[in-house]
Design a protein around this ligand. Sequence first.
Ligand code: PHE
Length: 447
Amino acid sequence: MKNFFLAFSLIFSILLSSACVDKSANSGTATTGDGTGDIKVGVYGDLTGQTSSFGQSTINGIRLAVDEINAAGGVSGRKITLVSEDDQGRPEQATTVVQKLVNQDKVSAILGEVASTNSLAAAPVAQGARIPMITPSSTNPKVTEVGDYISRVCFIDPFQGSTMAKFAAKSLNAKTAAILGDVNSDYSKGLTQFFEQEFTKNGGQVVTKEAYTQNDPDFKAQLTKIRNLNPDVIYIPGYYGQVGIIARQARELGMNMPLLGGDGWDSPELWKLGGESLKNSYISNHYSAENPAPEIQNFVKAYQAKYNTVPDSLAALAYDAAKVLADAIRRAGGTDSAKLKDAINQTRDFKGVTGTITLDASRNAIKPAVVLELNPSASKFAFKETIYPEGMSAPTDATTSNTNMMMNTNQISNANMMNSNMTNSTQMNSNMTNSTSNINSTMNANR
Ligand code: PHE
């Protein structure tokens, strides 16, 4: 019975949230393209499909940001109106809804998608129409390569994949790893490649790469193969829906080695699917809601007050993406698309809840990652360590950043935490330095 009501209220809230124009943010002023009236911003994501918690968290984070912006008087006196579209997590549908946002709704900018494959499907539409699109959370490098109108506020997968490979080799002392990835996902395929590269570089060996698809109900064949090879760790660069079941089936098969993953595991649904099987698992992610920094705790409190749940990294990144966009509209002096695109791409030292955001020449954010340990009995991702990209040090100012967390003694050196895109970056922010030698001393100072 309880489940019935839960399902009913879920469907009801989905129906409500898929309504196109966000009434709460709509002041009723006509939108114009000439710098007056409301600013229409399109949002697209998976609100009802396989990864719907990604879409729901994203829209929640964006609404919170937009409500705050509008309550404070808007951007240069103009209110932001959101037009949201559900793509059901399907790439073809992502293309279709972005076509609608561009041609019919005539939005000034677009926020989305989460899954890299969906962003990759829709980005050419935004690029072709010269409408700036900021993805809050798509991490595959190819997404921003579509063109200069496409940017992101998150780090990219060469960094995320190498972070976990280093963690496996150094913190867990793993010598061998198996990888179990989604063959239809650009995200999964990228992470597989980047993890393997870095793990091998660190003296490790990838003993097998096994594949699944999002429609697979069962993963025992792949897991049995992996069990026979008995690797020290299994890297599973997938999304929560499959990961939860994979974890359960692995433990059922008596495989108790650490399971490693990335941001795609981040969902409140994961605990329901994986339960206690998720013990002894670690992921890389964008932020930790446990970070005591006041600006993060203020965000967590405001989000909880509005939605009655702890914001995951999707919500935090979406909140940051909306605020970065508003800041760029202000700096561009309006919504002229070429000027707005330039202003977004010139984002420097923007203080977000997921860290300080500076876009590099490829329109990717240069930011640290966190490693989180799964604690299923408390349904919590517990903070373990912060990993900085090459050339970036922990901030010394206690009030400025996500990255300035209690460091634990497992802190691994990031001196070689290379990401080629990062070392090529021409724009360094004030927290960055070319010297790697001072990084560990800065970290020690922060312990
Ligand atoms: N990074 C994932 C992708 O590109 C999406 C994601 C981000 C999922 C953050 C969960 C949390 O596909």
